[in-house]
Design a protein around this ligand. Structure first.
Ligand code: DGY
Length: 336
């Protein structure tokens, strides 16, 4: 029985990988670092399916090097690493993994918010370095949480989950900025949809949950940080390029804002000398928001389902470009 050839760009949890191995002739990249671009290009050249990560740049040129490719299944909810119009034009279905990392990511945003606001990482370094000599009445003073104002930029699933935590746990007032109104957030949390500038000026905590696109790239720049309160804490668990990092570093150094907690940078990992890394009032984590057992297992299952559905010519479980349906590249079904 012929199995369709696929390339899997990293080891992912068995919850999905076993299924991929069962249905496909899978070439799995087992190195810890991503395949270099030329290797990826060579690997996909005779593949019908690709299971990719956010570390792979999938553009028109790569897709042109893969004339048999029918599906790209991204092991992530975000898909800014993929040129979706280029895939659609070529009749290639693209899948992602929404819904299953919402709580894990909101938990991470919540953890960064409290850690940066209460200077927890900075204090831990202080203790480890042997600088803790006595209880300090004036030392390590951070921000209060209860009753403060949270600004959510991008009120999607994750933004809403973050707003629920802050409203429910600390009674925060919720402002949000989004192209669309979020009725549930307004009804249940009393959230108020406001212009970006107002959100920046009125919020004590600002948490970024926006997609990365041409409109949102660099939206957190010097002008945005200048509008924030000097006590503001900025959190980003979405995508690094939403932020102009040099501007954030300057704002943190000058005290324009109080602190930041980042799970994402631009690029990833940060280049040597990135001024945010090691800054006293900035926490930088290595893009770990979805790193929980159940989230990663569920992401693997959905990614495998998407890949196999794509190979079978069926609708994808989480389909980024359903508009490709009328124009899908044909191939032999799984199990032919
Ligand atoms: C995603 O899925 O887009 C996250 O950034 C990584 O899990």
């Amino acid at each position: 029985m012929r199995k369709p050839k696929v390339f899997v760009t990293r080891l992912i949890p068995a919850a999905g990988l076993e299924q991929v191995r069962e249905y496909c002739d899978a070439d799995i990249w087992t190195e810890p670092l991503p395949p270099p671009a030329d290797v990826l290009r060579r690997k996909v050249s005779d593949c019908e399916g690709l299971l990719s990560l956010l570390t792979e740049r999938i553009d028109g040129a790569l897709l042109d090097a893969a004339p048999r490719l029918r599906v790209v299944s991204n092991y992530a909810v975000g898909f800014n690493n993929i040129d979706i119009p280029a895939a659609t034009e070529r009749g290639i279905a693209v899948g992602n993994t929404p819904g299953v990392l919402t709580d894990a990511t909101a938990d991470m945003a919540f953890a960064l918010l409290i850690s940066a606001g209460r200077r927890i990482v900075e204090s831990e370094k202080y203790a480890v370095a042997g600088q803790w000599k006595t209880w300090e009445p004036m030392g390590h003073i951070g921000q209060d949480m209860v009753g403060r104002t949270l600004g959510i930029v991008g009120m999607g699933r994750i933004g809403y989950a973050m707003a629920r935590r802050c409203h429910g746990g600390w009674g925060m007032r919720v402002l949000y900025h989004d192209q669309r109104a979020h009725e549930q957030a307004e009804r249940e949390l009393g959230a108020e949809r406001v212009a970006f500038d107002r959100l920046l000026a009125d919020s004590d905590f600002i948490s970024a949950h926006a997609d990365l696109n041409d409109t949102t790239r660099g939206m957190f720049n010097a002008a945005a940080f200048a509008r924030m309160k000097p006590t503001a804490v900025f959190v980003n668990t979405a995508r690094g390029p939403l932020v102009v990092e040099a501007d954030l570093a300057a704002a943190l150094l000058k005290g324009t804002i109080f602190a930041a907690g980042l799970d994402v940078t631009d690029p990833e990992p940060p280049l040597a000398g990135n001024p945010l890394v090691g800054l006293r009032n900035c926490i930088v984590a290595p893009h770990i928001a979805s790193a929980t057992v159940s989230s990663r297992n569920a992401m693997a299952e959905i990614a495998a389902d998407n890949l196999i559905a794509g190979l079978k010519g069926e609708p994808l479980r989480a389909w980024v470009n359903p508009e490709v349906a009328t124009n899908r590249r044909k191939g032999a079904d799984v199990g032919d």
